[in-house]
Write a new protein. Structure first.
Length: 85
């Protein structure tokens, strides 16, 4: 996401956590879902944070994969549903 900030922010810390279960039940040694939390330092000295989640397992849906992006800032928000474009 640093590319999305266009040089206006840099990551201060990144924390990752993963969940296992579905893959392991199929004999695959990997995480089902991985989530990152990132704390950002903005150019003006304020901080922000972001949450990024990726998962290869999901319940049945109307699309092959859910692809969503949500941004909430001080001047508005952006909500993108890439799967239903």
């Amino acid at each position: 996401c640093e590319w999305a900030t266009l040089g206006r922010a840099k990551p201060l810390s990144v924390t990752a956590i993963g969940s296992c279960g579905v893959a392991h039940s199929q004999g695959i040694e990997t995480e089902d879902t991985i989530t990152l939390t990132v704390q950002w330092l903005n150019k003006d000295g304020t901080t922000g944070h972001s949450v990024h989640t990726s998962s290869w397992c999901a319940p049945k849906s109307d699309v092959h994969s859910q692809q969503r992006f949500f941004y909430m800032g001080t001047k508005g928000e952006i909500n993108v549903d890439q799967a239903h474009r």
